[in-house]
Design a protein around this ligand. Structure first.
Ligand SMILES: *Cc1c(COP(=O)(O)O)cnc(C)c1O
Length: 394
């Protein structure tokens, strides 16, 4: 390999480090949960997407273990050759029923679902109108599609309407509005009532990526459309967050959409089927979600308690109702220092900074879950108070 190439990479890494933007991975030796072990120490964990606390749930572990005994370990095939088991179709139909959709299709991850969904459905004569804060996987999926691209300012309905007008004026055949249900860096919700009203007015298709909502937003955990009492055309989502936290993504929608994706979606056609253990645990996770009112109530009680506590201490939070609670700090280095200080005091959080969020908007993103109890939260608040005062944040 040419040395100049490796030298260039080393220079880039040095720049990342000099800018205070280097991400370091800490190794956890326990299961994911309210408390975890890292480097031999117990820590309260406030940064997992484990909203319902299912990541180490005994029923999911039992379902996965049983499926491994009955259906084996791996599929060693894509779905259409010999990788579809009864379990895959059970999960797809079950998920579709839960989401009030005709059908659904599984992917290795939601990143793949989002990479897959646009290219087969839309062509050069069509248009995609996309929120500026959409997840990286939606952005990449849209790049892979030949449709004309329009972007609107985050959650800005006047700008969405302007872009829809532009798409229609440009002669687009089909127009699709694409948004995250929840913007994961901010914990804010997409204004779906406004979006669906504009979609009806401009005859547009709606696609919502509900990764940070399925399982707990809405009265029965059906996600942001249910939360707002509206319906959307296509949903994408993940099993990697509230629904057990292992791996796996999906697209749910009208039958012809799902049928065509099964024929044409490249990450589906050219990538391995999900393993039976994960699929069976996914079915079990939906069981727990459908009877999960208590878990959801605890999650939102925790979120309110945590927000109130941090606000009382004087931290600058982004307002919202979602269990994502970002503490705004500004510079990347401060977010890193704050995360390190909290870690020293037994609280596991992660600083978020450029390029994940805009420069100067660094933060610590805390996330509540149903497995945390009051002692965990009180200990967490005490640590935030101590470190916040040490660093002059409060
Ligand atoms: C987490 C996330 C994804 C990726 O999901 P995976 O299943 O982990 O690949 C996609 N979109 C959004 C909005 C997410 O938050």
């Amino acid at each position: 390999m040419p040395q100049a190439f490796l030298d260039a990479l080393t220079d880039t890494l040095a720049e990342i480090k000099a800018d205070g933007l280097l991400k370091r991975e800490r190794e956890i030796t326990s299961p994911q949960g309210a408390r975890i072990t890292a480097n031999g120490r117990g820590l309260i964990n406030l940064c997992a997407n484990n909203y319902l606390g299912l990541a180490d749930h005994p029923r999911l572990i039992a379902a996965a273990t049983d499926a491994m005994q009955s259906h084996g370990y791996g599929m060693a095939s894509v779905r259409f050759i010999c990788g579809t088991q009864d379990l895959h179709r059970q999960l797809e139909t079950r998920l579709a029923r839960f989401l009030d959709m005709d059908d659904s299709i599984l992917f290795a991850a939601c990143f793949d679902a989002n990479a897959a969904v646009f290219e087969p459905l839309l062509g050069a004569g069509d248009a995609i109108v996309s929120d500026s804060l959409n997840h990286a996987s939606l952005i990449d999926g849209i790049r892979l599609c030949k449709a004309q691209k329009y972007r609107y300012a985050n959650a800005d309905m006047a700008d969405l309407e302007a872009q829809l007008k532009a798409a229609r004026a440009g002669g687009a055949r089909h127009v699709m509005i694409v948004t995250d249900g929840v913007f994961s860096m901010d914990g804010t919700l997409a204004p779906l009532p406004g979006i669906t009203a504009l979609a009806a007015q401009y005859d547009a298709i709606t696609l919502v990526d509900d990764c940070h909502a399925t399982g707990f937003m809405g009265p029965k955990g059906q996600g942001t459309p249910a939360h707002f009492g509206v319906s959307v055309d296509i949903l994408t989502g993940t099993f990697g967050k509230a629904l057990g936290g292992a791996i796996g993504g999906y697209i749910a929608g009208p039958q012809p959409v799902i049928d065509l994706l099964r024929q044409r979606a490249r990450p589906y056609l050219f990538s391995n089927a999900l393993p039976p253990s994960v699929v069976a645990a996914g079915i079990e996770a939906l069981d727990l979600v459908e009877t999960g009112d208590t878990l959801r109530a605890r999650l939102f009680e925790n979120a309110q308690y945590w927000r109130d506590g941090l606000t009382r201490l004087g931290f600058d939070l982004l307002a919202g109702e979602h269990p994502i609670v970002p503490i705004m700090l500004g510079e990347a280095q401060l977010a890193q220092d704050m995360a390190a200080g909290l870690n020293d005091r037994g609280v596991y959080v992660s600083g978020f900074f450029y390029p994940v969020v805009p420069k100067g908007r660094a933060r610590i993103r805390t996330q509540m879950n149903a497995a945390l109890d009051r002692d965990d939260l009180d200990e967490g608040l005490a640590a935030f108070e101590a470190v916040g005062k040490e660093l002059g944040v409060i």
